[in-house]
Design a protein around this ligand. Sequence first.
Ligand code: NAP
Length: 321
Amino acid sequence: MKAILVRQFGGPEVLKLEEVPTPKPAAGQVLVKIHAAGVNPADTYARTGNYAVLPPLPYTPGTDGAGVVDSIGDGVKKVNPGDRVYVAKNLSGTYAEYALALESQVHRLPDRISFAQGAGVFIPYGTAYHAIHHQAKAHAAETVLVHGASGGVGIASLQFARALGLTVFGTAGSAKGLELAQREGAHQVFDHSKSGYQEEITKAAGGRGVDIILEMLANVNLGADLKLLAQRGRVVVIGSRGDVTITPRDLMGRRASIRAFTLWALTEAESIEVHAGIIAGLENGTLRPVVGSEIPLKDAAQAHINVMKPSGAFGKIVLIP
Ligand code: NAP
């Protein structure tokens, strides 16, 4: 089969399309014919070799993907050959024509969701679900600011939060991104590339502040975020690409808190809940993954360049084998 192989850590150019043996499923494993693979910022961090979780070289990148079950190993009961599935973590990498996964890592993909959409399910929607439910412990009627609402996690957060009954604010850095955020659930949108947008948010929150901030770029925003919070407000750090200075007194007076997590550390119980919540939302139409661009697998390097562009995000970038 064709697969992207990384033989040494480095820039996007280390992503090379090669011919490799097609894996065979052992007991408890599932082989999925990949129709689309999701590109996540974390794939680029790992590729550079400077990330908390690094695969041994050589490796095929890709945590997210969607396709059809090709074959199953002994003892697999959850799926059968021919089933449509999305992949949430796996054993061999989804930037390939086939990916090997444990039975527990494949989940039924509802018919209304395309394969390209399915490739943008696990990391974006799993992160958004965990941030909103387990970390922020959000309630209907609270106000949430999705800080970075035009990308994969942001759109998933807007859709979950809107369906839950929160008042939803979203930010983006382009006209296209702002329009998308509004379409996907934000009651009000703000341009994070313009100076003074934080005052607009304070005004929109009626002066009391926002209850929850889901933060995609904490190294830029965390200090200012704390000043936007209501009493007992919570910032959930989802993304950060460097250091930041904060004023702890901004938290103290508000009894506010900063929470943070990585999706890699989900417990089994949390994971079961996350997938049940996601599948229900995909089925009932409240969750609608947005695919911004489909790129041929051989151009994975370009996809890695695009996903790290500083502004102009628009849904998910997916690779098509
Ligand atoms: P993405 O699709 O590339 O989207 C990036 C988002 O960040 C866009 O909405 C972008 O908006 C926004 N952004 C850019 N500059 C910003 C600024 N100054 N302030 C606020 N937002 C800004 O990425 P993603 O998949 O949604 O992931 C978002 C972040 O979360 C990444 O850093 C990723 O590594 C991290 N993440 C963490 C976990 C975890 O386990 N903790 C899981 C998934 C993702 P514009 O392009 O419109 O400016």
